[in-house]
Design a binder for this molecule. Structure first.
Ligand code: NAD
Length: 445
């Protein structure tokens, strides 16, 4: 799956040439295969005095039979470094980050993981503690840029009361499911998270994925089915053949529907009501582009993109959060934003507006969703290798691929794995988040 440049620089002579010219040499990322262990080597745990998450982290590692070290071994190569920084209550204590990571960051192995755990700054009253907890973000984002060989760094903000809800987040971030996610800040709120069958976490769940006939949508459908869900694959009637092919492959079913149709929310709800007892996961993946600079963009091009990418999911989600909805408690709504919606992009005013709107929609609906025991989150993909990005002119494409900490494009499965993490019943405390699946792209950083 490597792009031609990556293939070249991972060959012996190509690598020597790239090193001599100072060109990036991307490390082929390890991706999850069912049955893989959580981590492929020892994990070093560090904590500050007063930290409140050590026990929860140990429990996740114990369940995974991971070799866990609490003191540094200078000969070890670590699969992950995990540091509980929740005890840091003032800026003078931030040196503990340097103390722990200064001596260990160069011992992180290929495709290794660095995870810092903190408290959401906005939930802290004391200004000194809030300052110090906010400061963690600069450290982690820098570590993501300094790590080599496909390793990633993340900050997890855990609310007080969220201690028992971090297992799914730790499992996602430690594993190779998060291969193309780096430099992110993920928030886990207070919640009771159920214990799940890790091999089939979505067993007995019904999921619906829009735009599922190809590209990222097909990968999402496949990944949710792998995790045990029955997937209703939705796309426009013109994509019927490809849609049936995806649904057959994963043992799912199809719904041919244009999500912008006036009665699309009703049709969708009726379809699910007739065939299933309820609905658990809805992924709003369908999206279109109609690129033109603002002065040259027609009103039709503007409206078409806003209708598919934003208005359709607003209407469907409003219907799904209404009283008579088939969406069950524990339900999961997921939107697809884009780094264009965070950074803006020339020629994409309509697209970037719609995708920034998806972020606003997720954040705006999160409290209301929580009242129904539902979560709503989004992913913001960066450069993902699809038919859409293959059509981008060579130099723009190369720039898009390389301008991130991992020096390569992501795969549709990377977006899908992040969505599967949101969908996990254990992710009950993960609400209102927007995770960028972009290899820590420089755009919008
Ligand atoms: P794609 O064009 O390959 O697939 C989109 C699917 O949506 C198609 O199957 C299409 O038929 C369907 N669709 C479009 N309008 C519809 C409608 N009105 N009703 C129902 N279905 C409809 O795109 P992709 O590259 O797989 O992207 C999937 C999502 O990810 C999109 O939301 C896109 O904006 C987003 N995204 C992609 C990238 C990338 O690098 N490819 C980056 C950021 C965000």
């Amino acid at each position: 799956m490597a792009d031609p440049y990556s293939k070249l620089v991972t060959s012996r002579y190509g690598r020597q040439l790239a090193n001599r010219l100072g060109l990036p040499t991307p490390t082929p990322l390890r991706r999850y295969r069912p049955g893989d262990p959580l981590v492929s080597g020892p994990v070093l745990l560090g904590e500050t005095e007063g930290g409140r998450l050590g026990e929860a982290v140990s429990e996740t590692l114990r369940k995974a039979n991971a070799e866990t070290h609490r003191t540094r071994d200078d000969d070890a190569e670590y699969a992950a470094l995990v540091f509980d920084a929740t005890g840091i209550a003032g800026s003078t204590e931030l040196g503990e980050l340097h103390e722990f990571f200064g001596a260990t960051i160069r011992r992180v192995g290929k495709c290794g993981r660095l995870i810092v755990l903190g408290t959401p700054p906005e939930e802290i009253d004391d200004p000194a503690e809030r300052t110090a907890q906010r400061a963690l973000e600069g450290f982690v984002r820098t570590a993501g840029k300094e790590l080599k060989r496909g390793a990633t760094a993340q900050l997890v903000h855990v609310s007080r009361g969220g201690e028992r809800a971090i297992d799914s987040t730790l499992r996602f971030l430690l594993s190779s499911r998060s291969a193309f996610v780096s430099g992110q800040v993920i928030r886990v709120g207070a919640a009771e998270a159920p214990t799940v069958d890790e091999a089939r976490p979505l067993r007995d769940k019904v999921a619906l994925v829009t735009g599922a006939s190809r590209g990222i949508g097909a990968a999402i459908a496949e990944t949710l089915a792998r995790d045990g869900a029955h997937v209703v694959c939705l796309d426009v009637p013109a994509q019927g053949e490809d849609l049936a092919e995806v649904a057959n492959r994963i043992g799912g079913s199809t719904l041919q529907l244009d999500i912008t149709a006036e009665d699309a929310p009703r049709q969708l709800i009726e379809h699910v009501g007739q065939r299933h007892d309820g609905l658990d996961i809805v992924v709003h993946n369908a999206g279109i582009t109609r690129d033109k600079t603002i002065g040259r963009m027609s009103r039709d091009q503007w409206e078409a993109v806003l209708r598919v990418n934003l208005a359709a999911q607003e209407r469907i989600n409003t219907a799904l959060l209404a009283d008579s909805s088939p969406l069950r408690s524990g339900g999961r709504l997921v939107g697809i934003a884009s780094i264009s919606g965070i950074a803006g992009n020339v020629g994409q005013a309509n697209y970037a507006t719609s995708k920034a709107g998806v972020i606003g929609h997720v954040q705006g609906l999160a409290p209301r969703a929580a009242e129904r025991g539902v979560t709503i989150n989004a992913v913001a993909p960066g450069f993902i290798e699809t038919a859409m990005t293959a059509a981008v002119p060579l130099f723009v494409r190369e720039a898009g691929r390389r301008m991130n900490s991992l020096s390569q494009g992501g795969l549709p499965v990377d977006v899908a794995e992040t969505i599967a993490y949101y969908a996990d019943p254990g992710s009950a405390g993960v609400n209102g988040n927007v995770i960028r699946v972009c290899g820590q792209s420089l755009l919008g950083a």
